[in-house]
Design a binder for this molecule. Structure first.
Ligand SMILES: *Cc1c(COP(=O)(O)O)cnc(C)c1O
Length: 243
């Protein structure tokens, strides 16, 4: 457990160093500790060690965990970072402080309806499949922002999402392809930033502040490319038990 505190402190130092070498302020970057597969006791230790933002990738797993940590002070904020099935959208809209994995117009519509019923405005990020891998969820950025008419179709969908009143778009999220080195992930991160910058010009009525990108192996490269949220699991909690 002490190890978790040590690791969180080390990650925060690495985040700060990466920010400074990119000419950015360390406070611009939020660390989300990805607690998926780990027990409430371990997550509680992470919160005690200063992890104030937690990431889970499945509603089913997160539901009892969030309940188990309900009394913990200060209350951590919970981010959903995994694919959300529409039949779990209502539970997710109730449980999470932010949903980072809004990966389709239909899911956005479903979440918007549930958030409205719950009387809340739900912060979300739009997940983008930058690399075009068939196995990846997300709005498709096939061929980048210069590829017409694919980009025009994407823009039309994103405009619809940003017009919804009960979900509040805060930015974009992506998962880089599995790579042998962090350097290989950089083009993906750069493309997400370029997309964000272009969206901020074209759809200025929405907030495009956040770029959630970078995990244990490549968060430093992501920060160099402008990440405002990094999602770190193994580097804090150690390897996940194989399921
Ligand atoms: C598991 C997961 C992470 C954390 O990955 P690590 O390699 O453990 O840091 C980040 N983002 C998403 C979407 C994940 O599913």
């Amino acid at each position: 457990m002490q190890q978790i505190a040590t690791r969180i402190a080390a990650i925060r130092e690495q985040i700060a160093a990466s920010a400074r070498s990119a000419g950015r302020r360390p406070e611009e970057i939020t660390l989300v500790a990805v607690s998926k597969t780990h027990s409430p006791d371990i997550v509680r230790a992470a919160v005690a060690a200063g992890a104030d933002q937690l990431g889970e990738n499945r509603v089913q797993e997160a539901t009892p965990k969030i309940a188990a940590l309900a009394g913990v002070s200060p209350r951590p904020r919970w981010h959903l970072i995994g694919h959300l099935q529409r039949n779990k959208a209502r539970a997710a809209a109730e449980l999470f402080d932010m949903i980072q994995s809004v990966d389709s117009l239909r899911l956005a519509e479903t979440l918007d309806r549930h958030a409205a019923e719950l009387g809340r405005r739900l912060p979300v990020l739009l997940q983008v499949n930058v690399s075009g891998e068939a196995s990846k969820e997300g709005f498709a950025l096939a061929g980048g922002i210069t590829n017409q008419p694919a980009y025009a179709a994407l823009l039309a969908e994103l405009e619809q999402v940003t017009a919804m009143t009960s979900i509040e778009v805060r930015g974009l999220m992506t998962i880089a392809p599995l790579a042998e080195s962090p350097a290989q992930a950089r083009p993906t991160f750069r493309l997400l930033r370029e997309l964000r910058d272009d969206l901020a010009r074209r759809i200025p009525q929405a907030r495009w502040d956040d770029l959630s990108m970078g995990m244990s192996d490549d968060f430093e490269a992501a920060i160099a490319e402008g990440a405002t949220i990094v999602r770190v699991g193994r580097a804090i909690f150690g390897d996940r038990p194989s399921l």
